[in-house]
Ligand binder design. Structure first.
Ligand code: IMP
Length: 184
């Protein structure tokens, strides 16, 4: 645990504990960057960030990719401040780039029930990309309702509501450098 992690933890009595430290995240993101780079020796993939939760992971991951790539952003609404997945997702901001015949990498913060990802994959597949892969920092294996393919996973985590490193609770706590759990 870094000094920063400890500072944040001590400053906010609502944070119960750290699940994944900032060091652990950074080490894993570097590994993922190496693994993903190996897959694209001859193409320039579009790395798509899903706003807002995926932004921090996306920013760190990009800097660990050793291959040329482009970036784009997609925003869907699904959670609306509740702590349970509604399954209702809607595109709030679409991609700027045309992904037809391109290699696309979708960067997700967390796959919980899988509903959001399943919906997104359906929409993006209809645009006929050459390939479409998914990297998710966090994977709540036991919460899965929809079977959905995830090509790279940062960490499998228990079925608990987590915050930090892009993930929010009522729009707050996205700035934490670690992934943590709020007090029950
Ligand atoms: P799913 O559709 O149930 O897989 O949920 C996916 C989305 O719900 C994620 O992209 C997050 O925005 C949000 N979400 C799911 N679990 C958590 C959590 O533990 N903390 C914060 N957001 C979450």
């Amino acid at each position: 645990m870094t000094f920063d992690d400890q500072e944040y933890l001590q400053r906010d009595p609502l944070i119960d504990r750290i699940l994944i430290t900032s060091d652990e995240i950074q080490r894993r993101v570097a590994e993922l960057g190496r693994e993903i780079s190996k897959e694209y020796p001859h193409s320039v993939p579009i790395v798509v960030s899903i706003l807002k939760g995926g932004v921090m992971f996306h920013a760190d991951l990009q800097r660990r990719l050793s291959v040329l790539h482009e970036i784009d952003f997609l925003s869907v609404s699904s959670y609306h401040g509740r702590t349970e997945s509604s399954g209702v997702v809607r595109i709030v901001k679409d991609l700027k780039e045309n992904i037809t015949d391109r290699d696309v990498i979708l960067v997700e913060d967390i796959v919980d029930t899988g509903r959001t990802l399943s919906y997104l994959l359906e929409i993006l597949r209809a645009r006929r990309p050459r390939s479409l892969k998914v990297v998710a920092l966090l994977n709540k294996v036991d919460a899965r309702v929809v079977d959905v393919p995830v090509d790279w996973v940062g960490f499998d985590i228990p079925n608990e509501f987590v915050i930090g490193y892009g993930l929010d609770w009522q729009e707050k706590y996205r700035n934490l450098p670690f992934v943590g759990v709020l007090k029950g």
